[in-house]
Each structure stands twice: as structure tokens, then as C-alpha cells.
Design a protein. Sequence first.
Length: 272
Amino acid sequence: GGAGATSKGVSPVLFSKQNYTFPLISDDKDSIPDRYLKMTKGNRKKAKAAFEATLKWRQENSVDTILSQPYPNLLLFRALVPHGFLGRDPYGNVIFTLRCGYLDFDLMKKHSVSHNQLVMHYVYVLEYLWNILEPSPDAVMTFVLDLSGVSLNKIRRSVGFIKQFCATIDQHYPQRSHKTLIINVPKWFGMIWRAISPLLRDSTRQMIELYTNDKQQTEALQTYLGDNIPQDMMKGTPPSKLLFSSMQAEFEEFSRARTKEAGGKLLDIKFA
């Protein structure tokens, strides 16, 4: 627990508070971060309410100290669904990919992982991104959601996770997207998109581009990702479970160190 972690030399908060996903000290007269004002198109009342909701959510989920806690399930989450940092795009923004078509439902059931736990893993990843990799309050990312391997049955089984994931990112990490690419989109995905897109703000939807596996997709990936494109993603084939970037390796090393400092160890997961 937290007390045990502290007694073994792990500070409860390892990072400067100014670096959290919103600046706690803001030039704004109501201390509303700029990203929340942009999200609400300058509507101060809505921005203040949205920001206060984020502060409440962070407190309820202990998000401010999440990075200083031991994280023994790191490898389990990587095994559950291929995801991670790919590097930087040609504009210097961090690229993150999630390949939800390969979510391992059997492994999820075996370890009793809930949709909420899966979403909170991505919160952990984002906290690392916006505190360690990119602490600037106006930094943005390129997000690649790869739908290769997705079937209607898988969508039905994971729709709870998808909705919660979209809502969490949209509400608590606003204006963080440089571009979101949804790639290898199956032809029937239109009806799913019509169900999901109303959950997103207009400003979020404007950052999203959808591609089927064709020449346009290849050109978009080359434009937005540069040299950081895994070949299996280009082909829409199952991904390797091995690490695919030094940036992801550094993230995992950071997480291992926090767990080791607390006297814990990672759950051992064998990768095929």
C-alpha cells in the first residue's frame, strides 16, 4: 500500500506539481487551464465546471500519485492488448498506438480485469506521457487506433471499454490531440462510429481521421508517423508482442523501478 511504499523510500509524489496534466498555477483569474477554455470555445462557466469535474475525478481515482505507486500489472496490460509509444512524429509529437482488435478476452477473464481497470491503465500511461515525456501544458500527441483484427463480436464484447475510454480521454485530457488516426477500418464500422461519435466533443471529432487499408491510409501514416510505422500495422496483420520502441522500453523501465522501490515485483507474463 501507499504507507509501505513511502517507508521503503518512495516519495508519495515524485514530480513537480506544476507538471501535472494541467498547471495548478494558472495565469487565468479563475485558475482555469487554457485547454479547458479552448474545449468550451471560451465559455468560462462550462470550462470551470469541466475543470472542477476533472479535479474531482483525479482525487477520487488517486491520479495525482498514480506514477509514484508500484505497478505490478504492467506486463499483464501489455499482454491484454497491444499498445504503446512508437516514438515521435515528424512534428516532434509523441505517437501512441492502441490495437484494440487484438484484445485478449480469455486473459482478461483469467485475471478478472474489468473495463475500468483497463481504462485506468491508459490513465497511467497518459500521466507518464504528460508528466515525464511531455510536461508542457500545451503539448499534444498523435494517437493511432488500429482496428485490424476487429470483428462485430469483439466490438460487442468491448463496447463498454470503448465508451468509457473515449469519455475519460475526452473529459479529462482535453485538447491533447494533434491528430487521431483510426486505421484499418472495416466497411461495417460506420454504424459503430455513428454510435460513438456523439459521445465526443466537436473539437475532439475534428481531430479524427478514419482510413481503410488503402493507398490513402499509407500516405496518411507516412505523413503523420514518418519512419515510426510498424510494418504489421501497415499490412493490417497481427502485431508482434515484443517491444517496438525505445520510448516504450523507457516507460516500462520507469514503471519497473517504482515497483522495485516499493519492494514489489511484476506479475510474470510470458510473451509468445
